[in-house]
Design a protein around this ligand. Sequence first.
Ligand code: SAM
Ligand code: SF4
Length: 387
Amino acid sequence: MSLAPDPGFGVYLHWPFCAAKCPYCDFNSHVRHQPPDQERFAAGFQRELEHFRARTGPREVTSIFIGGGTPSLMDPATVGAMLDAVARLWTVPPGIEVTLEANPSSVEAGRFRGYRAAGVNRVSLGVQALNDPDLRFLGRLHDVAEAKRAIALARDIFPRMSFDLIYARPNQTVEAWERELSEAIDLAADHLSLYQLTIEEGTRFHALHAAGKIAIPDPDRAADLYDATQSMTSSRGLPAYEISNHARPGFESRHNLVYWRYGEYVGSGPGAHGRFVENGRRIVTFTEKMPETWANLVEANGHGVIGGETLSRTEEADELLMMGLRLTEGIDLARYENLAGSPLSASRISVLREEGLIEPLGNSRLRATPTGMVVLDALVADLARPD
Ligand SMILES: C[S@@+](CC[C@H](N)C(=O)[O-])C[C@H]1O[C@@H](n2cnc3c(N)ncnc32)[C@H](O)[C@@H]1O
Ligand code: SF4
């Protein structure tokens, strides 16, 4: 992977509605009996983007990502209005990556051509599993046949596409996962996101897990599943470039790289957060999560931002470490030192190297080893700890 000197400036747009709430999901997603007023929300995005444009000044956008929730519940015209607003406010060079997250139901696949015409050039499909019993267990509204049709259609229509799978499901063996992953690689185009199931607080799975009704793989089995994932994807041409993301070299998600390379991004829509430089300092913004309240706030104040802060250099350095060590390209040590005001502790680096958790990459970068990736949170906490 080439190491971009400039990590980029992305725009993230959050569509907060779903047809049903999946039992594992703690994203900001809401189910409504009445379809939301798309024109009202599109107008809200336009106004809130104007607010952010006033704060970022003129910039060149390097990627746009419409995530959710389920953005594929939107009419193509709504997507078009959002993308047009971005292009009116900032410079959007032709051909930059424009991704939309889609669920693979047939109704939504029917809108793919419209999204392409509106300017989307990459789709990310939430397939989650390639067997029907597990799709039902995950509360999904599609089956495998529908998912395969959506994948084929997306490959046809969009220059680039990715799909997501969730593994480390209850009772999933390494052999069963390898069979499913192998099929996924056959179906994949240039990119796959492979997430281990996590039990998030506040979800239905959390309650079931707490009641002892579902069990997820223990850390040893999870590590075996992770290793099997790494070796199969790399031997089949889709190596990991981030802890859960795999791509043919050159087809990494530009937008997600903005986050992991600690670039800047504007986040608009209910519950979106952003990080960009304002008056020479990196700031964090976050918006109201409840969609209708967000829309009311935007109509009253021109934006739904309800909080934010200016990050200290130390906080920036910690975030850089946390995000960058997820990548196989690791972090630039000089950039860390520049932010933190001092280098990472040499003695701690040497202990963690001896333990096989981190390794240098050339003489200017540091990365987590595959073993280190499995315990990344603890590793980052250890590295960031002052001497
Ligand atoms: C914003 S969500 C989904 C986009 C789209 N609404 C969908 O469900 O297809 C992005 C991805 O995060 C993953 N995900 C969400 N919750 C998860 C969890 N608890 N454990 C593992 N992966 C999860 C799923 O693979 C999902 O496709
Ligand atoms: S996984 Fe996707 S479809 Fe399911 S609730 Fe979360 S955002 Fe909605």
